[in-house]
Design a protein around this ligand. Structure first.
Ligand code: MLT
Length: 278
């Protein structure tokens, strides 16, 4: 059953989000979604952590969230730090202080923006299937192609283009329902939102050195068969961090939280156990 999203208006922009788990709990886990799908990708995680409230914000344009104007401080057209600002503003609006913040892939890129914009915003971080390096060379050329497909063929064209890379061969063979679900999640977004998020991702800055300043515990999760953000990317992040745990999920690709929710949730549950809950 699809979740009902809540919404709030921040500086004239609608921000939508899922508010799940234990609503009265002071222990909050924030989960930032990947590209090009919205908050529903977190369905297997939303009620998986007893004693934790789980907030999943919809980034600008996704799931009916509005797109704020250019960032004012410092001035910028919409960029990854503008996405981060919207998550920070949502947490302020909900009076949530220093939650555990997790993100998968683009969600990780947004977390790097949160570290830049509000270094003390999180009490711990979960970086799943993501990487700190920016796009260059072939990846930049592929981004231009993605924008073209999003505009000409819409979310269906994007799903056709991306699905072969999003999950492992094992998931495709043994859990075809995950591929069906991912198609549904992608086709629920608009081509214009997908094109804009692609532009935002392709202009994101290098964030590797940023991790050296992170003083909170970090959990890195990576699907061993992830071809978009690889085990090598996870290892590069690990090398920059002081208090870090890395969990590799065998047989999973890029969408590790959907491909093997049991393994993903076990890793997150153990990590959260360090901070609170029952
Ligand atoms: C994602 O899953 O968020 C995207 O694949 C990230 C990317 O394309 O860099």
């Amino acid at each position: 059953m699809a979740r009902t999203l809540k919404s709030t208006t921040i500086d004239g922009t609608i921000v939508r989000y899922i508010d799940a788990g234990d609503p009265a709990s002071p222990e909050v886990l924030v989960l930032v979604h990947a590209f090009p799908m919205g908050t529903a990708m977190w369905e297997p995680q939303l009620d998986a952590f007893p004693g934790w409230r789980v907030i999943a914000p919809a980034l600008p344009g996704f799931d009916g969230s509005g797109t704020p104007g250019p960032r004012k401080d410092p001035p910028s057209a919409s960029d990854i730090d503008g996405y981060a600002d919207q998550v920070i503003a949502l947490l302020e609006a909900l009076h949530i202080r220093r939650p555990v913040i997790g993100g998968l892939s683009m969600g990780g890129y947004v977390i790097f923006g949160i570290i830049r914009r509000a270094p003390d915003a999180a009490s711990a971080l979960i970086l799943a299937d993501t990487r700190t390096t920016p796009d260059s060379g072939e990846r930049l050329a592929a981004r231009h192609r993605t924008i073209e497909i999003a505009r000409s063929a819409g979310p269906r064209g994007i799903a056709n283009d991306m699905l072969p890379k999003l999950v492992s061969a094992r998931t495709r063979e043994r859990k075809p329902e995950v591929v069906t679900e991912l198609r549904r999640l992608i086709e629920a977004q608009s081509g214009e939102t997908i094109a804009e998020a692609t532009r935002v991702m392709m202009t994101r800055p290098e964030s590797t050195a940023l991790l050296r300043g992170v003083r909170v515990p970090v959990l890195i999760i990576v699907g061993e068969d992830d071809v978009i953000t690889t085990v090598a990317d996870a290892e590069q992040m690990r090398s920059q961090l002081a208090d870090v745990t890395v969990v590799r999920i065998p047989g999973a690709g890029h969408m590790s939280n959907l491909e093997d929710p049991a393994a993903f949730n076990e890793a997150v549950g153990e990590f959260l156990g360090r901070f609170g809950g029952p």
